[in-house]
Ligand binder design. Sequence first.
Ligand code: ZN
Length: 133
Amino acid sequence: MKIPFAKLEIKSLVTEEACLALIADQKWAGGFTCRHCGNTNYCKGKTPYARRCTRCKHEESATAHTIFHRCRIHLPEAFRIMHMVCNEPAISSYELARKMTIRQMTCWKLKNKLMECVSEKGEIDILYSGETE
Ligand SMILES: [Zn+2]
């Protein structure tokens, strides 16, 4: 479930939905399995790219169980930051904040989180084993 952020065409990822599509593609690359009942059939959920189990009706958003869960900035902005961090791991949170016009503390937190999951090739494993819904 690794996304090569360093090589992403971020110019095409300027909307929330485009980012969600990519996250959903990666997250469910191996197919959908309901976390509650194990069913593999799903239908569309209420939010874009969410999937809803056809048996128990449990709905899972595209960002649940990923590093984007409860992301406090817009996904296109998070993607741009990830692109920059993957290409230039030494970039400071001050520089990110200036380029993105986002609070430095927010950039610092996101960068720290990213540094834990980025590989040497600039890929980020988007599945997050920590806190869930
Ligand atoms: Zn289910």
